[in-house]
Write a protein that binds this ligand. Structure first.
Ligand code: UD1
Length: 340
């Protein structure tokens, strides 16, 4: 039996990145309590987590917009750190319903921070995104790259979230790390947890796997006239298990008082860019399936190319991504096959 370490609150712990992070935390001996409102996740994920790690995390179901319940939760639980995943993440929907996104992503962040301050919970990890950089002027992207005006209310909630954290860290006794995720993909290799998109997937990999599984007729490749070697857009696709482990490293940094300032940001990516056509080719290789796709026009708001400079995370967090694009696509495909 591993020694039980601190109790960590994981909001959105039944979501895609949250569930993989809960597994890694439990594997490292942390005690986890999850808050999730099941608005974009399924209760069965709890069984998946339990079956992989051999331990059932505590689970509390409620909506973080209910300030009273957030208050009660912190009064009734002795927490040493919070990893905050719970948020809405559909870019298109955020354009249609900006107020919903500001309420879901910003109001809840404020409520949690208020209760952390009141209850002297010091350590906080925030899910930020490479979307804050927009189309960066220099590649690979370092943490010092300027923040560009957000393309959507969703992207804006990540920028505003970081600003709220920076301002709060100046005056409150909090230690905060914002992790700027590049493009998380894949699934757990056990195929017990993975991505569960609701409706038509907006992101590339779930659309690819659903097309290969016959759920979607054809993948649209959004643009082949970008100034890249094959004309399709380039992203830094990171295996969700590697990303989950970055959270454990960030948490250990905070719990061990190794942070240099009380608000830090780190890029979490692989450092390698892949084009849409490279992803399709790699997918066809690992799955043995021919993918039905056609080239269409660019998607509004898409950038040409983004991949991370991960030097800072490698050095300061002692973390680096280990799994390949092929590993991630293989896991995503096996997970998809299991869903059908
Ligand atoms: C998108 C969001 C970003 C968010 C991230 C979360 C947009 C414009 N950006 O990033 O804000 O943080 O998801 O995961 O929605 N592609 C296709 N066909 C498809 C789907 C995607 O060709 O059916 C292409 C896209 O044009 C892009 C690449 O695949 O070049 C990756 O797309 P996606 O998975 O949606 O991620 P991002 O657009 O990078």
């Amino acid at each position: 039996m591993k020694k039980v370490k601190s109790k960590i609150l994981v909001t959105g712990g039944l979501g895609f990145i949250g569930s993989h992070t809960v597994v890694e935390l439990q594997n490292e001996g942390f005690e986890v309590v999850i808050i999730d409102d099941l608005s974009n996740s399924k209760i069965e994920v709890l069984d998946g987590i339990t079956s992989i790690s051999g331990k059932k995390p505590e689970f509390v179901q409620f909506d973080l917009k209910d300030k009273k319940l957030v208050k009660q939760f912190f009064e009734n639980h002795k927490i040493e750190g919070v990893i905050h995943f719970a948020a809405s993440k559909a870019v298109g929907e955020s354009v249609e319903k900006p107020l919903l996104y500001y309420e879901n992503n910003i109001a809840t962040l404020v409520f949690i921070l208020q209760e952390m301050v009141k209850n002297k919970v010091k350590n906080f990890i925030f899910s930020s995104s490479c979307t804050v950089y927009g189309q960066a002027d220099e590649l690979p992207i370092t943490e010092n790259a300027p923040i560009k005006p957000a393309e959507s209310p969703y992207g804006n909630t990540k920028q505003i979230g970081e600003e709220i954290l920076k301002d709060t860290a100046k005056v409150e006794d909090l230690n905060i790390i914002a992790l700027r995720y590049f493009n998380p993909i894949g699934a757990h290799k056990s195929t017990k947890i993975g991505e569960l998109p609701i409706g038509v997937p907006q992101n590339l990999i779930p659309f690819v796997t659903q097309t290969a599984a016959g759920i979607r007729k054809e993948l649209s490749v959004f643009g082949d006239d970008y100034p890249t070697p094959d004309g399709t857009a380039i992203r830094d696709y990171i295996h969700v298990v590697d990303l989950a482990k970055a959270h454990v490293s960030a948490l250990n940094r905070l719990l061990g008082n190794q942070n240099k300032t009380n608000f830090e940001t780190f890029n979490v990516g692989t450092g390698k860019g892949s084009s849409v056509l490279e992803v399709i080719n790699a997918f066809e290789k690992v799955s043995g399936k021919k993918l039905n796709y056609k080239i269409v026009g660019r998607r509004e708001g898409d950038i040409t190319s983004a991949y991370a400079d991960t030097t800072l995370a490698n050095r300061e967090l002692g973390w680096r991504s280990k799994l390949s694009l092929e590993d991630a696509l293989d896991a995503a495909w096996k997970w998809q096959v299991k869903q059908v």
